[in-house]
Unconditional design. Sequence first.
Length: 590
Amino acid sequence: MKKTIILMAALMSTSLAAPYVFPANQTVSKTGDVKMGGTLRLVQLKDFDTYNPFTSEGRPSLPELQDAGGLITVDPNSGDYEPYMADKMTISKDGKTFTFTLRPELKWSDGQAITADDYLSTFAIYADEKVGASLYSYLYEGDKKVTWKKLGNLSLSITFPAKTVQNLETISYLTPQPDHVFGAAYRAKGADGVKALWDLKMDPKDLVVSGPWKVDKYVLGERVTLSKNKYFGDWNKDSAGRALPYISNLQYNIVPDINASLAQFLAGNTDLFQPTNRDQLSQIADAKKAGKLNVEIAANIGPVASVDMLYFNWNKSSDPVKQGWFRDKRFRQAMSMLVNKDAMIDQVLGGFGFAAWTSVYPLYSDWIAPNVDKYKFNPAGATKLLTAMGFKKGSDGILQDSKGHKLSFTLITNSENNRRQQLARLFADEAKKVGVDVKTNFIPFNQLLDTIGPEDDKAKLDRKFDSAISGIGGGGFINPVGVASMLQCGGDLNNYNSSKKCIAPWESQMYNLYLQSRKEFDITKRKAIANKIQALQAENLGNLYLVSQSSHYAWDSRVKGEYPKKIATPLWASSYFGLRNVLLSWIDEK
């Protein structure tokens, strides 16, 4: 990581001979043992949401599975960024302008060359607020916009408003989309033209992608099959010079929930599974011991790079009573004291989990600020706060405010995720003991996304839910306090306040501190700023962070090529493919 920061401080020029060669130290397999071909069998909880990379919100997403990656990539062994789709990168002396030369072998799956025009139109679409793309906030530093320039058919520059520790990280997220598809639609019809493209009703043969696989067939509710993009291997090679990926096909069976996903793995019908609790892990281990499964298991290797969280809707103008409760920090503090994280870890995660308190995942333990558990489980303390707000128990045992409104609200989460449903029920049970009526409702994930995050600003002022549990994963290791879209008012990932206007002073204080942290290259000082952000989060509780799971991974022994032990950690694990770079994975059909 130190090298990454130094890289930002001065002029740098790096050139790699085309094509990009994946280092042998990212796999335990020897190149001579590798077999080409085969199908990696996977599952997907419910259907994917869209083929459109600018409107997709679910994870995993088909656009991400079909994207090649970014101009640069990070080496998991060193933590350094290096050119990837770019063949050459230079950084200006002021650390704000990054210039790239693209690899000449780059092609879309339809055979057209990937050029600077593809990047420029992609950036323009991401930066258009009307599109509502998830990467919108990455192209702004506060209210100042990132700019870009075409320097030639295969060269471009990106200029940030400020030199920050996260500029390289941001660039790594910016994957190109075909200008002759999305750029053309944007120039003709603007944001509406982009959003109208590539829903799941289109014929997948018309998809144009950059990545290793392309959707070949999709039967809704049943199966998705992806086949190899023949052009990807022209510029992606292993250390022996062979074209990647090794695996020819990906096959996703659509299942209704995590229990069905586990059943598929136990039946030997799928190759990868990530257990989320002791019971799931035990079932797999018992099946292996009994000789029913030939699998590999990596258990309890540390916290995952994700967290589940509970939040309340501050933008509920149709119900000013609830909106008033939800915006009162005493209410949120009381709700935090009704979250029994020990019980969640014990009963839901089978003892394999970690309490979370702020936007810093437990994985980054050396970044977690002191005293962030200020409002830990304390039902008596919750009752005291609610009494101070004017709540008293009615004849039915449910608390009422001074005007007789019952303290009752609905908590939603996604129906495919059994873990979050259990977390919701535990919270509701504890709340009931002190007179808070929490109704639970479990809905499909795509419906959940639509409910908590309407697209137009007017609708965001009256989002149609009370409270929800969802999760967030990923994020960078350079400044793990969070991302802009989580911490700014109206940000795409801001769960509690979707209005562009900050409602409480601490919201703008937190975001301004975040912008300050991005410009701080001294890691000790950056951690000190992160501590201030976490202190605001722990006191005001926009999100009530719940738990992070411990990492467990299981895979059928026919799947080879996992990471070596040094990097087989949750930090580098893929949410899609576990402890492996899937490009270097292969199928042994013996």
